[in-house]
Design a protein. Structure first.
Length: 520
């Protein structure tokens, strides 16, 4: 038996602070004692449904207190939650269900239509409607749940998070119990969280940012405050009403919506002390100027690092806080190497970020080939991110080696969009690159070579994608080409990026057209 597991850890916190708020959402909340009791009931129902150690359980449920109850219930049994992106379309959901091998998918009423459309082949339970599932808890003795919780170990898999990578299909990163607990402990330590703090996040509960914030809040008995499905007015109300002290909006797209809300000027956010954001220096500086009484710091991380890998120092001067992303967290090691030679680069020089430590992911699920490519024999994860470090070890993000876009905080594989566009009969060859965007940081731009004799328009190809892949993946720009910039046999994507960036700059375009799931 190992006490260093999420279930045992949460029980210990609940014993110390039973009446303190553990999780607060706009429409639901729970103290540590209430959440502990509810999670045991959830674990009993899951156990009655046949879920045990090592089983994968999909979660297509809204971000609320019930979501957290289910996570804790799954962890108590030694099972593995698979949070599902609520913005997925049918083909994307089907892929995750089939690739993960989950035996049970929990959803709410809103998810049933998507599940039916996807035609998934696993057991589906619609929470609140399946009385047989809920009643199953009565057939399982709480002592059995406690016994199973005692047999979970720190090295057991704790969560499977799907993230887009350099291939067209998302990869599932597995983190163990020790990884999540260490991430929470080290985040709380770096930020200085205490039991009196209230740590706010708008990041989805299928995103690593939701998990690292929750674990960081719980590490010292703080309160995890989550806005649910993000809406700027609701977020502002919650930050004010719950007297939140720390906030991790992460992406400027989110935080600017709060700062630009009509009620922001009159809102009382005097309890807010620290905001953790990510963005370009000028935008970070602007956001800091709009909240002079709050310390804004930045961070660097990924799904593979369980969220935060580096966090800025609250004591650093403004210029440092807006130009760097801080130092590595305890228990994590970082190297910056020449991507061609593998040798460590000099201070101040850019290179590929390699990291290892307790919060590094364990492996890519059912993908030994990519795992072996990503994690070397010495345990270093090769991130594909370009960083540089100053003399104090603070890092600055410089770009990416791997072909992934970051659209409003969502990782998007260029190859995934390219693959889908190639399903259009007029498309012969396509290359997708990131185009700069004031709202989303970057959006997809597709350069397309048509089949000889075929024709297509920009709107036609965008409409081909809408409703079939998640909207944040849909290209906002399509450009037609007959010749490609090449070096040997490879297309030089950086020249395509330069072309669209120059075109938009010369045209004075800073923000791409907005899209909905279906064009209106």
């Amino acid at each position: 038996m190992c006490a260093d597991t999420i279930g045992r850890f949460f029980d210990a916190v609940a014993a110390r602070s039973p009446e303190s708020d553990a999780a607060v959402f706009p429409d639901s909340r729970a103290t540590y004692a209430e959440l502990r009791a509810a999670s045991i009931t959830r674990a009993r129902a899951l156990r009655a449904a046949g879920i045990g150690r090592g089983e994968l359980v999909g979660l297509l449920v809204p971000p609320d207190a019930a979501n957290v109850e289910l996570l804790l219930g799954i962890w108590r049994l030694g099972a593995i939650p698979v949070p599902i992106n609520a913005r997925y379309k049918a083909s994307e959901l089907r892929y995750v269900v089939e690739h993960s091998g989950m035996g049970l998918l929990l959803c709410d009423a809103a998810g049933t239509a998507l599940i039916e459309q996807a035609g998934v082949e696993c057991r589906v339970v619609m929470l609140g409607d399946d009385q047989k599932f809920a009643a199953g808890a009565e057939r399982v003795d709480p002592a059995e749940v406690e016994r199973l919780t005692d047999h979970v170990t720190a090295d057991d898999d704790a969560v499977l998070l799907y993230t887009s990578g350099t291939t067209s299909d998302p990869k599932g990163a597995l983190h163990c119990h020790a990884s999540l607990l260490a991430e929470g402990r080290n985040v709380a330590g770096r930020l200085g969280l205490t039991a009196k703090d209230r740590f706010w996040s708008p990041l989805p509960m299928f995103h690593c940012g939701g998990f690292c914030t929750m674990m960081g809040a719980w590490a010292n008995g703080s309160t995890f405050c989550h806005v649910g499905t993000f809406e700027a007015g609701v977020a502002l109300d919650q930050l004010e009403r719950e007297h939140c002290t720390f906030a991790f909006p992460a992406f400027e797209l989110i935080w600017l919506a709060v700062l630009d809300h009509p009620r922001y000027a009159s809102a009382d956010l005097s309890d807010l002390r620290v905001v953790v954001n990510v963005g370009v220096p000028e935008r970070l500086r602007q956001m800091q100027e709009r909240m002079p009484g709050v310390v804004q710091i930045s961070s660097y991380g990924s799904t593979e690092s369980c969220g935060f890998m580096c966090i800025g120092d609250l004591a650093d001067p403004l210029d440092v806080r807006v130009t760097t992303s801080g130092r590595p967290l305890p228990d994590m090691e970082l190297r910056i190497v020449d991507p061609d030679t593998g040798a460590d680069v000099a201070t101040g020089q850019s290179g590929e970020a390699l990291f290892r430590g307790v919060s590094r992911f364990s492996r890519y699920h059912r993908d030994p080939e990519h795992t072996a490519k990503a994690i070397d024999a010495d345990g270093w994860y090769h991130s594909g991110d370009l960083l540089k470090a100053d003399e104090q070890g603070r890092v600055t993000f410089m770009g990416r080696l791997k072909d992934v876009l970051k659209v409003g905080g969502e990782n998007v594989a260029a190859a995934e969009i390219e693959d889908y566009l190639l399903s259009h009969p007029a498309v012969q060859l396509v290359q997708v690159v990131g185009a700069p965007d004031a709202r989303y940081v970057e959006v997809a731009c597709a350069f397309v070579q048509l089949v000889p004799g075929a024709s297509a328009t920009e709107d036609e190809l965008i409409d081909h994608c809408l409703g079939n892949i998640a909207t944040f993946k849909v290209p906002r720009y399509v450009r037609f080409v007959t010749q490609w910039p090449q070096s040997g046999t490879k297309i030089q994507k950086y020249r395509l990026r330069d072309r669209i960036e120059r075109e938009l700059r010369e045209a004075g375009i800073t923000e791409a057209p907005r899209l909905s799931s279906t064009r209106t």
